[in-house]
Design a protein around this ligand. Structure first.
Ligand code: DON
Length: 599
């Protein structure tokens, strides 16, 4: 059985048309899976007591059904937010590329077909777990420009301005450095081969699908403020579904990178163009900033949860440490309460709350701040936190209330190949369509990642996160991230799952919950992705639940325990893969557009 077998033989534009029809129904959109996979059998490795548990039940009125199929593929799989990008990655593996080649192909393709978040004007993180045991992560997070300073966004009246929209909100982009470095070190094909699908789609065009149409429509006002208006809003209207969208400036930029490597972007004519546009627009990124940028190879953060080993992102992302701390707290519970129960939501929420309190004050770029990673990720530290959880009452986090803004975007993609190597990558412009700034001469959007710093330490940022001095702005420093690309290994060291998400701080909760749903509750991946999610980031001091995900009686009980319960229409955007007998299951976020495509 081959996933998307019929689609694979078609040209990319035809795939796009099918994706459009699959996505035309308004959200909740589902992964466009044309054919049922083989019967869902228990994963190769599931906790024994999870199999003995009563079956997980979704609440009445919850938006998703259980037992939906996943995409099945025997050899390799890509799960991403754009069908054309997943298809580009799968094609690269069919040509003989490995998971890293496919991830880099998917990343550059996302910069073309999913420009709200896929990017070469932003940054991200890639976790690489090779089948031969080698593992490494690339930190290609943006850095603050050399002209950046702690109070650069602070106005005399005590409010801040300029960290979210416009020229001054961008960090120095890292995406090109990261993708090129990963491919050069671990890939099997040439850079030109893996970039070819992206260049082709930028140059010859691709058919606009409902995902891109919806995204441009939602961010129309932001895009229209800058030069992207001419490109994404031709003749003042949103790119039409089914029309061919070409990006010649981006094609030229990608072609130069394919030929000359990252140097042309950081020191060559692309750097000249970026710096010139920044100067004209009032930005602060200079040629010196670009020339100084380097992607960093780091040791992954590795932790265990019961019989599993998780491989994730160390700082400058908070993703790995916060997931590890949360899961270490939970692991002390010998018999996990059942999924969706009051006891489970209380325990999980209390664990996130404690992990986020540490995240918000103690994590930052390790080049600038002594991050206590080992302590925060240790089992002993977690035991103390676990013991302090009152099992009948919520513990208040000192109060600051600020609603998170919904509908912001990043993009995560998960890749596995036929050898069992895996890549988890999350990349972002921060806000959907970043700063709004489109660099016309080089054809891409610039990030607004500066807002991930504690722009005003002690005050909430755009995600309502209250962060401290550790994460203040300093020239050349990476802003703290929540991105959590993660690979899960079983006791034999084989890749079991690949997961990660978009969604600001909710990335951490959604990624860990999809993993817990599989390895703690024995859910098939499709159910684990559809199960209702929850979030707690300590401040604001709220348990946030997906609307209609939990029965009224559960919510009443949580309130009676002292939890302030709030509701969100959706929590994060996960793209995941899981090993099953004979191959892989892939599921793209059921709450969004996207596709898992394999072969
Ligand atoms: O790095 C971070 O944590 C944020 N810039 C991520 C932003 C995000 O996920 C927005 N998307 N939904």
């Amino acid at each position: 059985m081959v996933a998307f077998a019929s689609l694979r033989r078609l040209s990319l534009p035809v795939v796009a048309i099918l994706a459009i029809s699959a996505c035309r129904t308004p959200p909740p959109a589902t992964t466009p899976v044309p054919a049922a996979p083989p019967a869902v059998v228990p994963a190769v490795s599931v906790r024994e007591d999870s199999v003995r548990r009563p079956a997980v039940v979704f609440a009445d009125g919850w938006r998703f059904a259980k037992n939906e199929p996943a995409t099945f593929a025997e050899h390799g799989m890509v799960s991403s937010n754009a069908p054309l990008a997943s298809s580009a990655g799968a094609d690269i593996m069919k040509m003989g590329g490995n998971a890293v080649d496919a991830a880099v192909a998917t990343g550059f393709a996302l910069a073309v077909v999913w420009p709200e978040a896929g990017n070469i004007g932003g940054g991200g993180y890639m976790v690489i777990q090779m089948a031969d045991g080698r593992r490494e992560v690339v930190d290609y997070r943006e850095v603050a420009p050399l002209a950046g300073s702690r109070d650069m966004y602070l106005k005399p009246d005590g409010t801040t301005d300029g960290s979210i929209i416009g020229w001054r909100s961008s960090g120095v982009p890292g995406a090109v450095a990261g993708l090129v470095a990963a491919q050069a070190k671990y890939g099997k094909l040439t850079r030109a081969q893996v970039m070819a699908p992206a260049i082709r789609m930028a140059r010859d065009g691709f058919l606009v699908d409902s995902g891109l149409f919806t995204s441009v429509t939602r961010s129309r006002a932001l895009i229209a403020r800058f030069a992207g208006k001419e490109v994404f809003l031709p003749r003042d209207s949103v790119l039409a579904i089914g029309s061919t969208f070409r990006q010649p400036a981006l094609a030229r930029t990608l072609d130069a990178i394919a030929r000359d490597g990252a140097d042309v972007y950081y020191r060559g004519w692309i750097a000249d163009s970026i710096a010139a546009e920044e100067k004209r627009g009032g930005g602060i990124i200079t040629k010196a900033d670009l020339a100084k940028y380097t992607a960093r190879w780091r040791e992954p953060l590795v932790w265990t949860y019961r019989d599993y080993t998780l491989v994730g992102m160390p700082p400058s992302s908070s993703g790995g440490v916060t997931m590890a701390e949360t899961m270490n707290i939970l692991e002390h519970e010998a018999h996990m309460p059942s999924f969706g129960s009051v006891a489970y939501l209380h325990l999980l929420g209390s664990a996130y709350q404690r992990a986020f309190i540490d995240r918000n004050s103690k994590l930052a770029d390790p080049d600038f701040y002594p991050v206590p990673t080992a302590q925060l990720a240790s089992k002993t530290y977690a035991r103390g936190l676990f013991n302090a959880i009152d099992r009948t009452h919520a513990t208040p986090t000192p109060a600051v209330t600020q609603q998170m803004v919904e509908g912001l975007h990043t993009t995560h993609y998960s890749v596995v190949d036929g050898d069992g190597s895996a890549v988890a990558t999350t990349t972002t412009l921060n806000n959907s369509w970043g700063s709004g700034v489109y660099l016309a001469s080089v054809g891409f959007m610039m990030n607004d990642q500066m807002d991930d710093f504690a722009v005003q330490p002690g005050k909430p940022n755009m995600f309502g996160l209250v962060q401290g001095e550790a994460n203040k702005i300093e020239p050349g420093k990476r802003m703290l991230s929540a991105m959590s690309p993660t690979v899960v290994l079983d006791a034999q060291g084989r890749v079991q799952m690949v997961a990660g998400a978009a969604g600001g701080p909710r990335i951490i909760s959604a990624t860990s919950q999809v993993i817990l749903n599989v390895i703690e509750f024995g859910m098939p991946l499709a159910d684990a992705m559809r199960a209702p999610r929850m979030h707690n980031q300590a401040l604001p001091d709220e348990l946030r639940l997906e609307t209609n995900g939990y029965p009224a009686t559960t919510i009443d009980s949580l309130r009676a325990m002292g939890h302030s319960v709030a509701f969100l229409g959706g929590i994060a955007n996960v793209n995941a893969i899981r090993r099953v007998p004979g191959g892989w299951h892939g599921v793209s976020e059921p709450r969004a557009f996207g596709a898992a495509i394999g072969y």
